[in-house]
Design a protein around this ligand. Structure first.
Ligand code: CO
Length: 158
């Protein structure tokens, strides 16, 4: 495994739509392993392939619960309900947080690293993370969804 560099705000790759994964090969497995290691070191809850410079529909989410790292290949939100409004950030936008409204519950259909289809449900933070990461695959960053950015004194010290 290896750490990958996280693309930062201003890089045009973050605005591009990603292509579907067609080959479930060793290269994909390596990408997923590297993304998981990169996410862990960065202490984030999610990471999308374009954030490491790869324009493919791949993202991972880890909200620190018993599910561990959830790998989503070619993910699609099939159901959503409820609403939540809260602070959101992104590893590509260090030290920036904004208020973003998201669904409270989502159901995502995706493929695993072997190409098998599965469905996963998320509530609260996990639903928010699924939405945020899938947005990345469509070239959408959280700032575009933001009602307002938080000022430095509104951000709780980590
Ligand atoms: Co992000």
């Amino acid at each position: 495994m290896a750490l990958r560099d996280i693309v930062k705000e201003g890089d045009k790759i973050l605005t591009k739509s990603c292509r579907p994964v067609e080959k479930f090969d060793e290269k994909l497995a390596t990408l997923l392993d590297d993304m998981a290691e990169t996410l862990k070191v960065a202490e984030g809850v999610g990471l999308a392939a374009p954030q490491v410079g790869i324009l493919r529909r791949v993202c991972i989410v880890d909200v620190g619960d018993e599910s561990g790292v959830i790998e989503l290949i070619n993910p699609v939100i099939t159901e959503q309900s409820g609403k939540q409004s809260g602070a959101e950030g992104c590893l590509s936008f260090p030290n920036q947080y904004g208020v973003v409204e998201r669904p409270m519950f989502v159901t995502v259909k995706a493929q695993d690293r072997n190409g098998s289809e599965f469905t996963v449900k998320g509530e609260g933070l996990k639903a928010r993370a699924f939405c945020h990461e899938i947005d990345h695959l469509n070239g959408v960053v959280f700032k575009e969804r933001c009602e307002r950015m938080l000022s430095p004194d509104e951000i709780e010290p980590a």
